[in-house]
Design a binder for this molecule. Sequence first.
Ligand code: SAM
Length: 361
Amino acid sequence: MTFAQSPSNHLPINYDLECDEEFCPDDFESPFRLHITLPRTLKPAAAGKRLTFHSRERSTGTGVVTSNDKTTDLETIHDGPLDPHFFQKGFYLEAKTGFQVWPGSRLLLQALLCELDDAPSEGSAFTRLKYWQDRLLRSSTPLNILELGGGIGAVGGSLAAAGANVLMTDLNVLVNHGMGPNLIRLQSSSGDCAAFFPFLTSMLPAKQSEDNIVQEPIVIGCGCARPTVLDWFKPVSEQLSHDACNNVDLIVACDCIFLRKIVDPMFNAVAEIFRNAKRSEEVTCLFTYQRRNLMGVFITLEEVLDKIAKRGWSVQCLAWRKVVVEDDGEHDLYLFEISSKGQQEALRNDVESNCEEKKES
Ligand SMILES: C[S@@+](CC[C@H](N)C(=O)[O-])C[C@H]1O[C@@H](n2cnc3c(N)ncnc32)[C@H](O)[C@@H]1O
């Protein structure tokens, strides 16, 4: 499948969502601090709120300049076998990528939190983003977002602060050493999660006893978040409760589609959530994809789109821009939305035509 990007949904960086980063050499575990300041147009409890996320490595391709930059020293400490976390359980290349923030995070946050210009000629370019913005920022019912591969929690924490209920998921090592500690640091002193169940409060019995540093939903700004383990190589039903899956409104996944070997497992997880969600036809998945060099290990966009088509899902590019990635040049970065609606309509048509055929015979 080929893909042509349209000038009408080009989304350059908007500085209403401020991002900056600093290097704290004394913190050996997580020496970088990514600060995200939410747009001032949000509700008072979120407007202009500055959220800080500790990370092991500096963000990449986000357009953020690190102040007090001592990257060269740091990379010699953190690279390869000298990485101090190398022998931690579950710490392999995919997990290592989660300890830094990737460009899709900033694109998705901007797309959902910043005001969007009307496209000059095609008024409908940002229609879907405006729909999700309305549900997230202006609805009286909080939006239930399931985040896949949330890493250190920058996206999930920011969406929660803006008003969503976010079930933030990743591998165990990220839940307990990345997003978990960051959410605890972000916890608001006031607020109550009572209104946020059952999406965030119901857990499988096995999970309640699992070693997870956060056992309850955490209030952040206008919303609430909870980190929990979801490994795409295992069935979702063994890891998330029925109530959690049932109540999902939107799935988000930033920069999770890059290594070829993890794409099918991630799409299997998305498919299982689509199937089990109560409002199945309305639930969609927003994901970002960045083109890269070194294709081979990394999957191409055309292959990703083919995989989506083979599942009978529909896909739409909602926004894109160019990003500069250190040591890898300039690349296109996209925000896509996938939906199983087409697949469900096709299934219904199949069933109806089967029934008609049976009646006739
Ligand atoms: C490139 S990082 C992106 C992190 C974050 N979303 C961002 O954009 O900054 C990919 C994420 O996918 C997660 N991941 C990789 N394999 C996974 C799996 N099998 N199950 C769940 N998460 C996985 C990693 O742990 C990591 O957090």
